[in-house]
Write a protein that binds this ligand. Structure first.
Ligand SMILES: [Zn+2]
Length: 345
């Protein structure tokens, strides 16, 4: 690459980012004076054409607030206001991204007509964002915390809203095939690593992220609560994580992937497109955990050490895949125990 092309790339990058940040700046300060207060529920404001949608939200608001407060372990720290837009154009002027069905920007929650056209439940998802933005402020929440966590949490709290087109099974297959994200630590307001940074569709990214958040919750509910409260109090994301889980995010992420493998391959009748990891029946590797031979020492009485190999205790099992085909695979005795347990559940 010549210095000349490098300069051009830099200029293009600067222009495009300053452009989107200008849009965000304008949107976050745009006046909401034109919104009308809903008579029956003053927390809801709507644009002229969105009165019916405002009434729909009035019926759902209390339940949605309650479920966010329960799953994020804290009451909302400020009053909740929901703005209902009557056109995608108006929504985009407050939220920048026209494809979204809702957004929280600068501690204000907007819903797009899209949310109502497709009978979506963006309300709970967006309330999850608002809940933490109220506590940390928009800049801290976005610059200190990664998108996979923000979106994963909101999607998990709203029972999958934001990931509607991708099932957990599809997401699991993609994760095992390596079509997934890297749970990076920091966030950034402008250079945020989100779906497209990892070559994923937003729905796929949200689904995978929410499965990881659910995993963090399910492996230890007490730890998850401690971690989330630590994040909500504004403590460093990475430090809070390792302090609570006793491991780095990367290590827990790897355990999560292992767990997805087991879920996919070991629930009989669950897996499709099963692939042998090493395709070779002579392999000395467990095809689920990837556990293979290890080297160590034979130690004689006189403490003389000679090299030896420790082989995993492998068993051959036949599993039935979703399409009815049967496969023989080799698994370690330990994995086989887990498999039996899962099959009996
Ligand atoms: Zn979101």
């Amino acid at each position: 690459m010549t210095p000349y092309t490098l300069i051009i790339i830099t200029i293009v990058a600067l222009i495009s980012t300053s452009c989107s940040s200008t849009k965000i700046l304008v949107a976050m300060n745009k006046s909401t004076d034109r919104f009308i207060v809903l008579e029956s529920d003053k927390r809801i404001l709507y644009e002229r054409g969105a009165k019916a949608d405002a009434k729909t939200i009035a019926k759902k608001l209390d339940t949605a607030i309650e479920s966010v407060e329960k799953k994020q372990y804290k009451k909302f720290t400020k009053p909740v206001t929901v703005y209902i837009c009557d056109s995608i154009k108006s929504f985009t002027s407050y939220c920048v991204y026209s494809q979204a069905s809702g957004c929280v920007l600068n501690e204000r929650l907007f819903l797009s007509p899209k949310n109502f056209q497709a009978d979506r439940q963006a309300l709970t998802h967006e309330l999850s964002h608002l809940h933490i933005e109220q506590q940390l402020g928009m800049f801290t929440w976005h610059s200190g915390y990664p998108a996979w966590f923000q979106e994963g949490l909101a999607t998990y709290v709203s029972d999958g809203e934001g990931a509607n087109t991708v099932s957990p099974d599809e997401a699991r297959k993609a994760i095992i095939d390596g079509k997934t994200f890297t749970p990076n630590i920091s966030g950034s307001l402008i250079f945020k690593k989100t779906a497209h940074s990892f070559g994923l569709t937003p729905n796929m990214f949200y689904r995978q992220a929410s499965m990881f958040v659910k995993y963090l919750h399910d492996i230890d509910k007490v730890k998850f609560k401690t971690f989330l409260l630590s994040v909500e109090s504004g403590k460093n994301f990475d430090k809070s994580f390792s302090l609570v889980y006793g491991n780095s995010i990367k290590e827990v992420w790897n355990e999560f992937i292992q767990d997805q493998r087991k879920l996919r391959y070991f629930r009989i009748g669950y897996a499709t497109n099963f692939k042998l990891i090493k395709g070779n029946s002579m392999s000395r590797k467990c095809q689920i955990s990837g556990k293979g031979p290890m080297t160590g020492n034979n130690v004689s009485h006189a403490q003389n050490k000679t090299k030896r190999r420790f082989l995993p205790n492998l068993r051959t099992v036949r599993i039935t895949l979703e399409d009815g085909t049967k496969k023989k695979i080799k698994v370690s005795a330990k994995e086989l125990r887990t498999m039996r347990k899962k099959a009996n559940q």
